[in-house]
Design a protein around this ligand. Sequence first.
Ligand code: KIV
Length: 273
Amino acid sequence: MANYLGDKERKVTTHRLMEMKQRGEKIAMITSYDYTMAGLVDQAGIDVILVGDSASNVMAGNVTTLPITLDQMIYHGKSVMKAVNRALVVVDMPFGTYQGNSKEGLASAIRIMKETHADTVKLEGGEEVIETVKRILSAGIPIMGHLGLTPQSINKFGTYAVRAKEKEEADKLIRDAHLLEDAGCYALVLEKIPSALAKRVSEELTIPVIGIGAGGDTDGQVLVVHDMLGMTNGFSPRFLRRYADLNTVIVDAVQHYSEDIKSGDFPNSEEQY
Ligand code: KIV
């Protein structure tokens, strides 16, 4: 339904993502972890901002997503929420805050919602976490699921290679996707799986499916903002498209600044009081 603000300014809701899927309009999602970046991506008109636990890698320099804590995710979520007017904001539930204990899962989700004011949470897994999913949903907290390559299980997988290439794992993924939809999740991320499988899941589910390394037939796409802006080095999976080379831009600018200080060029007479 049209809104007096127009679609460009209207706040994105979980309901609106469903409408977008029904209309065949693709959903654009990106990560952000801080106030300044979140303000920029919201200004650019992105539909969904994910405060991903990839903050563990790109913000804190950890090798995996496992070390990031609930307090740290809440800090990132709060910072992002201060900048965002339009996008739907989703905060990742970090490793160890929901697996194996649905009461703890609910308590963690409630902390995220109360302390960050984000719109929804995201968590990884299917059947193994379904009790937690149902408990969190019963409190009125919307959940985005996440299947395929689930980085919080990297120690079980032992590799970041494409998941669900074999029938058994693909069948389980399809079952898990339906379980999450039936439980009441409003959307699902599929990470690094064959595009044919992602297409099938996107067609079978009524909720929006957002892909990363899952081909072009999902209902939307997500990338880590530091990767797509070319700020990270040494991470070049096939699915990553770089839209800028900020690495070079930033290093060049800082070198220039440093040279100007050393040569006495900065500050000049107009840059002082
Ligand atoms: O944490 C994250 O950035 C994610 C995306 C890769 C989907 O979960």
